[in-house]
Design a binder for this molecule. Sequence first.
Ligand code: COI
Length: 355
Amino acid sequence: MSEPIRITKAPTLKKKPKDSELGFGIIFTDHMFVANFQEEKGWYDPRVEPYAPIPLDPAAAVLHYAQAVFDGLKAFRGVDGKLRLFRPQKHVERLNNSARRMCIPPLDPELALQSIVTVVQTDGEWVPRMLGTSLYIRPTIIASEAFLGVRPARSYVYFVILSPVGAYYPEGMAPVKIRVEERYVRAVEGGLGGAKTGANYAASLMAGEEAKHQGFTQVLWLDGVHRRYIDEVGTMNIMVKIGDEVITPPLTGTVLPGVTRDSVLTLLRDWGLRASERQVGIDEVMAAHRAGTLTEVWGTGTAAVISPVGELAYKGETMVINGGKIGPLTQRLYDAIVGIQYGQAPDPHGWTLEV
Ligand code: COI
């Protein structure tokens, strides 16, 4: 798809919300990026157009068999007024990896990056100003072929929509209460867990709802085979600090290769700290808690960046972590990543892209 991106501006612009009133993923901007795929043409007609519903045949494969992938990244308005994307190339790479897993034709990475840059530039005024806010970018590919047989579709729509956001959890960057999930599983090796595809999120809903009814923010997923090793927390990667070691589960196909996960591991190693990607059992976490060596637990993800875990409930036992307060390393990591995102701190790894 080497066609230039066509731009059609919206005739009227929407009223923008106040930065202080932003939630997560509720409001959408004036424009979106769209491109189409047909087997005989490849990806074609890249364009920015007014934000609007997408026409879909009721037989479209995505509506029946969930053949779809998405990603999520953010644009920030820096303290210097410049707009920056955080690790967009890494998100494009992940979108294409998710696509391959779902038998969706990958995008030309250059065009995918250009699609994001162009739509963010078009709606640049929508990037909020207040620290802690950003423009959430949602690239998505859906199978659009009207066909009810089960096989990969022959036509797709790629779109990128934008949403000005505040904190992901209404609590903001505050310790959350998590219930260790014993009944449901999110993913198994060989399954879809490593792909960012809607089916994983659909699979997580019931456990999340039950946890909420019981007063928890989310669940901690255990592996689907032994129901023992920790996997992810809600929609985020999980990290635990036991003694001087920070541990996060390895990328064996069940957990999403988080961009924030990768950034945090890089920072920890830059700082000379011990960061291990290895399996860790919930029994090991509990033993460490009893021994007083489980000092911090946090989730990492694009939406919330770092989410401290204040309490973990498992088999009738409640582990209160760091007195239910944000731990020092959790805070340092949050500050370091946010500092780079808002252009307040140097970016030695070249993670940001000015747009
Ligand atoms: C994240 O960015 O942490 C997520 O995966 C949440 C998103 C699905 C809303």
